[in-house]
Design a protein around this ligand. Structure first.
Ligand SMILES: [Ca+2]
Length: 341
């Protein structure tokens, strides 16, 4: 049992509460790798989180776990194979489950973490399983650090969906990204739609030197220096209190505008890279699509200052709503993930 943010309880043959309560370091909102080992001879229980050992207590010394087991992911059994409690269920993602009939050494744990050691009792790579209820099997996301999305051609289908870490109404927003394109027609690197507002937060570029920012359906335009055929770093910020919209290209602030003062962007957002949404999650037009490369997409729930943007450009400030290094995403259609040039 995991009690966020940082407590675990391990039960062995009913025994566990208290004697095997672990306190770990608080982990960021990211994947974590957990190992628990138990040895009946000594009763010792150890917990490893992301390769770090948290020594535990003693449980079930001299006992053994019976041969006939019911093994379930995502629910807590209060009887053999059943009696689940929704308030103890897992909501999220699980992968790489392995079980061994021996106690792993620290060297073993390193191998497990790097994917070089698989379970001998249960091996995730050759698992027999049954899915009950609403559980989806999805490809594992590659971590995007030092990666770019490549949109190789004009389509009305290729796009990337980003899942934000914060979902509540936003009175302030900043979005930054790097893009590289040779398009001479208008295009859309970033489109955020909310129910009933397809242009809740939209960055729409019209080469060679116009940038449209839409906030809750109102568009504002900026004249910029002409684009050169190179990577460009774009940030757009908006603060509902003043309505001020800032556009910064490669750190340069253009004359500020005002839009949709006093409004807020609804909590339920559909965030799409590479296509312009004309409905929630769809309504794409190939002639407004992005062709080229996009990287380093970050989003915040506050308005960055020009000084903050300098930190973003140097990699010293990462988004709190979307952090490109850990973002959960889905690729739809022909979009490739390639190393950063
Ligand atoms: Ca639209």
């Amino acid at each position: 049992m995991f009690y966020p943010p940082n407590a675990y309880n391990v039960y062995v043959n009913y025994i566990g509460q208290g004697s095997n309560a672990f306190k770990t370091d608080s982990e960021p909102l990211d994947w974590r790798h957990t190992c628990v080992t138990w040895d009946s001879d000594t009763g010792l229980v150890h917990l490893w989180v992301n390769g770090k050992l948290y020594p535990g207590g003693v449980s079930g010394k001299g006992s053994s776990i019976e041969a006939s087991i019911s093994l379930i992911l995502g629910q807590e059994q209060d009887s053999y194979g059943g009696r689940f409690d929704a308030t103890q269920s897992l909501v999220g993602e699980i992968s790489d489950v392995h079980i061994w009939d021996y106690v792993l050494t620290p060297e073993d744990i390193q191998k497990v973490t790097s994917g070089d050691l698989h379970g001998n009792i249960l091996n995730w790579k050759s698992l027999l399983y049954e899915i009950k209820g609403e559980v989806f099997v999805q490809p594992k996301n590659l971590h995007l650090e030092s990666k770019v999305f490549v949109f190789p051609k004009e389509t009305s289908t290729a796009h990337v969906i980003l899942r934000p870490e914060i979902t509540r109404p936003l009175q302030e927003v900043s979005v930054c990204l790097r893009s590289y394109t040779d398009l001479s027609r208008p295009y859309t690197p970033f489109s955020l739609a909310t129910p009933g507002k397809d242009n809740a937060f939209l960055i729409y570029l019209q080469p060679p030197n116009t940038c449209f920012v839409h906030i809750n359906q109102e568009d504002t335009y900026f004249k910029t220096d002409s684009e050169s055929l190179d990577w460009r770093h774009i940030c757009v910020t908006w603060d509902s209190n003043t309505g001020v919209v800032q556009l910064l290209v490669n750190g340069k602030l253009y004359p500020r505008r005002v839009s949709m003062k006093g409004s807020s962007i609804a909590a339920e957002g559909s965030i799409v890279l590479g296509q312009e949404q004309d409905s929630f999650g769809g309504g794409f037009d190939a002639k407004q699509s992005f062709v080229g490369e996009i990287s380093d997409v970050h989003m915040w729930d506050y308005a960055l200052s020009p000084r903050d943007v300098q930190k973003v450009i140097s990699g010293g400030l990462l988004g709190n709503v979307i952090n490109f290094k850990s973002v959960v995403y889905e690729v739809k259609g022909e979009v490739l993930i390639q190393p950063k040039p």
